[in-house]
Design a protein around this ligand. Structure first.
Ligand SMILES: *Cc1c(COP(=O)(O)O)cnc(C)c1O
Length: 235
């Protein structure tokens, strides 16, 4: 608990420093606590410190934690790869999705989003490292996908998300984000307000370039024992 508290304060302080360094308004960067593979009890601890936004990557694991934390006023973000057969659960149980990279998935989420809750906040995941194995849409295909998704009434298109290839060095980390922001700014007539950029390793660079949501796992929860799905040990 003390460790979580210290980590929380450290991350908050790093965000504040980066905002100041970048001459951006204090509080303009939102902290998304990435709780994948970590237990509901850790989420509850951060909640008591004031954290409200949590990110999960595995649907089944997330639903188990949501059940345990049903009485908490948490905003849930889905940030993992989306399989078609999981889109309905995502449309029903999350407030945000950061990882949409195909029209087919967007259409399913739109069609499956229940009418009695607000439209699903959505970011498009862009592949800025041009690796064929990575998920994410290529920059050249982004404008067309944006214009299609804008037509969906049950989705609220908020912005873009990116996971650049891990690289050391502040300047090197800034480059892919610069490139992406410039490209997005050239897309006309789309009111986007979200750049979901920055993880534990490149938080400063992402904020310097204009990130509005940083997705932080390790720096808050500690190392993940299993990078892959680990709900079996979630409690
Ligand atoms: C796991 C994950 C994170 C958090 O990564 P850390 O390096 O632990 O901060 C952020 N974004 C996505 C999409 C993730 O899957």
């Amino acid at each position: 608990m003390t460790t979580l508290f210290n980590r929380f304060n450290l991350v908050k302080q790093q965000i504040l420093q980066a905002e100041t360094f970048a001459k951006r308004p204090i509080g303009s960067v939102q902290l998304l606590a990435v709780s994948k593979t970590k237990p509901a009890t850790d989420i509850a601890s951060f909640y008591r410190m004031g954290q409200r936004h949590f990110g999960e990557s595995y649907v089944q694991e997330a639903l188990e934690k949501q059940k345990k934390l049903a009485s908490y006023d948490i905003t849930w973000h889905f940030i993992g790869p989306i399989q078609s057969n999981k889109s309905k659960l995502i449309a029903h149980h999350f407030n945000w999705v950061h990882s949409v990279d195909r029209l087919k998935i967007a259409k399913r989420l739109n069609d499956q989003r229940p009418d009695h809750i607000s439209p699903l906040n959505l970011c498009l995941q862009v592949n800025i490292s041009h690796e064929s194995t990575k998920s994410g849409i290529l920059l050249k295909d982004l404008p067309a996908l944006i214009h299609e998704i804008e037509k969906f009434p049950r989705l609220k298109l908020r912005g873009v998300m990116a996971i650049p290839q891990p690289i050391d060095g502040f300047e090197a980390q800034r480059k892919p984000y610069q490139q992406l922001i410039q490209a997005v700014q050239q897309i006309k007539n789309v009111p986007l307000d979200t750049f979901s950029f920055g993880m534990t390793g490149d938080l400063q660079a992402a904020i310097t370039e204009g990130s509005t949501i940083v997705r932080i796992g390790t720096a808050l929860f500690g190392e993940r024992e299993y990078p892959a799905h680990a709900s079996k040990r979630a409690e």
